[in-house]
Design a protein around this ligand. Structure first.
Ligand SMILES: C[S@@+](CC[C@H](N)C(=O)[O-])C[C@H]1O[C@@H](n2cnc3c(N)ncnc32)[C@H](O)[C@@H]1O
Length: 299
């Protein structure tokens, strides 16, 4: 699919209002990468063996559906194919997560987008009925069925909901989830927003030791406010391991719970990658790294 320029211009203007990119068509945004240059063996295998796409058709199939998702909202993780990293499987806790979900634990992917990490878990042997996905955008989750060609087989419960809406359908699973995974999610919000989202994550998890929250998000050696998100009216807070741990101490105090936090900055230099894409340094400044974390309930 080629992106329709007339439509895209209006979408971009609405979504990116006030940003340096608001008058650009979506396919001219600096982070839009039109073609998949390299696909990881894990993603290729998932599409061949889980979705039964013929090997030589995998890239074209993904591109067609990725472009549909990108028009819903032009997230860089879609634009530059980062969703194909299947990031849950890169987590140090992945073997534990897989084992636990195989043995009946309930897994929720928060901000799941097209649900690639859920499919990876299911392909690796997790029963899909033990999995949940939630996202603000129902369209992303619907496109996920077409992307992974599993509408008739996948038993994941998908819930369209805003994590900040106390009355959303997430209420149905409050206190029932053992493991929550959230990738490239909390970093969308300011400091207060991340704190509030984590308080709501506590409410979704089972109220007992062992409940687990894992994921990764853009962090920085120096914690603080970084301006220049896709929506320039919002601030985004970048945590380092110490500030992330401090946030969870505070979330614990607020919710009457106690958590053990493991957080670290990965090696990859995200600023260098952003510069190559032509993004302003304010968006992903020097010192930007993936912050990977595992937050485990102790009491
Ligand atoms: C940057 S994408 C990351 C998607 C996916 N987790 C990944 O790693 O590729 C962030 C996702 O969070 C969703 N999202 C944004 N704000 C949200 C909110 N307030 N509540 C729930 N989901 C939200 C977006 O629709 C989007 O799918």
């Amino acid at each position: 699919m080629s992106l329709n320029k007339t439509t895209d211009l209006s979408v971009a203007a609405k979504l990116l209002k006030g940003s340096p990119w608001e008058n650009l068509p979506l396919d001219k945004l600096p982070w839009y990468s039109p073609e998949i240059e390299e696909i990881t063996p894990q993603a290729q295998e998932l599409f061949e063996k889980y979705s039964n796409v013929e090997p030589e058709k995998v890239k074209a199939h993904i591109k067609e559906l990725r472009d549909k998702a990108y028009v819903v909202f032009p997230y860089p993780c879609l634009a530059r194919w980062a969703f194909l990293e299947l990031s849950v499987s890169l987590s140090r806790q992945y073997p534990e997560v897989l084992e636990r979900v195989k043995n009946g634990d309930k897994y929720l992917d928060l901000g799941c987008c097209v649900g690639q990490d859920i499919r990876k878990l299911v392909f690796d042997g997790a029963p899909s009925e033990n999995t949940y996905g939630s996202d603000l955008e129902k369209n992303f989750m619907d496109i996920g069925y077409d992307l992974f060609l599993d509408k008739s087989t996948l038993k994941t419960t998908f819930i369209a909901a805003d994590i900040f809406d106390e009355d959303s359908d997430l209420k149905q699973i409050a206190g029932e989830i053992d493991i929550i995974h959230a990738a490239s999610f909390l970093h969308l919000f300011d400091e207060e927003g991340q704190h509030k989202a984590c308080e709501n994550i506590v409410k979704l998890l089972k109220s007992k030791p062992g409940s687990l929250f894992i994921g990764r998000q853009i962090g920085n050696f120096e914690c603080g406010v970084h301006v220049g998100s896709l929506d320039s009216s919002k601030n985004r807070y970048r945590h380092n391991p110490a500030s992330f741990e401090q946030m969870w101490k505070s979330v614990g105090e607020k919710t009457g719970t106690k958590w053990k936090v493991e957080a670290r900055l990965e090696d990859q230099d995200l600023h260098a990658i952003a510069e190559k894409m032509g993004l302003e340094s304010a968006t992903i400044p020097p010192g930007s790294k993936w912050l990977s974390f595992a937050v485990r309930r102790e009491a």
